[in-house]
Design a protein around this ligand. Structure first.
Ligand code: AQP
Length: 327
């Protein structure tokens, strides 16, 4: 089977709908056709300050949400980044082949460092660790949202550079960014992406939200001038975002949905979408809570995942150490 790898940071109690649609739904789909490795990026999480007990809790909660969303530990390898030491070990070597210019040109670094008072060195070297996360497993394909496109491009460059200098070592992976769902936007501000770090309580849908707050958030979503329900991200970003969410949660085409709502009002679309979201996310919330009742079992799944990930990552790391001349 071809291989795939991807991760999500453990930076909040609940993943949001952008993570779910942009990443998790793809993860679930690809586990059928790929040897899949999905990890909880707790090392990336500490590039900005995290409270240790929150981080510990969120790591387990994120793992529970992976499984509740449909990632099957029998099919996919689920693990925690810090339990595979080859990630930071390879990251160091990749950092030494990345220029300061390249790292500081990354838009995520520019955006996040502009928001921080104390910018950590880890925020700058974040993409080298991400390259290591990926290249250790020699995947053909990496499913991510649009915001990670630039980091994936850097990963490919670092792989090619290393191969050129030290001989064929890494597979150069393709980014898998689904055009339709690559970017889910904030419901209150459809010009910016839905994210964990923006304080937008009504704009961000958490997948663990209960029915009441899901409904409230969708009903108060910002819509656009005019009345027509049409998919037009430029002229109608708010409605288009709702249509994208609708389409992803129902697996129905946009054309089909737009045709159904011809002549109806924004309110109709919102009422129906609220129901669809409640129906899609309630089982995920309930399953997450169930899984969190048995933490020993969750930890056992993560330990088994780490053992499998370590086996593969160590082989790649040994080869890399040898090639760079480490005795
Ligand atoms: N809004 C989104 N639409 C589609 N995909 C998204 N992803 C994130 N937001 C959207 C994808 O989810 C995966 C995990 O991303 P992350 O762990 O970096 O999470 P985040 O939500 O982006 O968290 P942050 O870093 O806390 O938020 P910001 O960026 O605001 O600082 C990735 O595949 C990502 O593309």
């Amino acid at each position: 089977l071809p291989r795939t790898v991807s991760g999500i940071q453990a930076t909040s109690d609940s993943l949001h709908l952008g993570n779910y649609i942009g990443a998790l739904q793809q993860f679930v789909a690809h586990q059928e056709s790929h040897d899949a490795f999905y990890f909880i990026a707790n090392m990336h999480a500490i590039t900005v300050e995290q409270d240790p007990s929150d981080l510990r809790e969120r790591t387990l909660r994120t793992a529970a949400q992976f499984i509740a969303a449909g990632i099957d530990p029998e099919k996919s390898t689920i693990f925690v980044q810090s339990q595979v030491p080859a990630h930071p070990q390879l990251s160091w070597i990749l950092e030494c082949t990345t220029s300061m210019g390249e790292a500081s040109r990354m838009t995520q670094f520019k955006d996040k460092s502009a928001k921080q008072e104390n910018v950590s060195l880890g925020l700058l070297t974040y993409p080298a660790l991400m390259a290591a996360d990926i290249l250790l497993y020699n995947p053909q394909m990496v499913p991510v949202g649009e915001d990670q496109r630039q980091h994936l491009e850097l990963t490919r460059n670092l792989a090619e550079r290393f191969n050129y200098r030290f001989g064929e070592t890494f597979v150069v992976p393709e980014a898998q960014i689904l055009k339709a769902t690559a970017k889910i936007y904030d419901l209150q501000n459809p010009a910016s992406k839905m994210s964990k770090s923006l304080p937008s309580p009504l704009g961000r849908i958490d997948i663990l939200d209960d029915a009441k707050s899901l409904t409230k958030k969708i009903k108060s979503a910002v819509t656009d001038d005019g009345k027509e329900i049409a998919y037009d991200p430029q002229a109608k970003p708010g409605v288009s975002n709702l249509l994208t969410i609708y389409s992803s949660l129902t697996s129905r085409s946009l054309d089909d949905i737009v045709a159904e709502y011809e002549g109806k009002m924004y309110g109709h679309l919102k009422v129906d979408l609220a129901e669809i979201a409640v129906e899609a996310l309630t089982p995920v919330r309930e399953r997450t809570n169930e899984l969190l009742q048995d933490r020993a079992q969750l930890q056992a799944i993560l330990d088994a995942g780490a053992a499998k990930a370590n086996e593969i990552a160590e082989v790649t790391l040994r080869d890399v150490y040898d090639r760079v001349g480490f005795i």
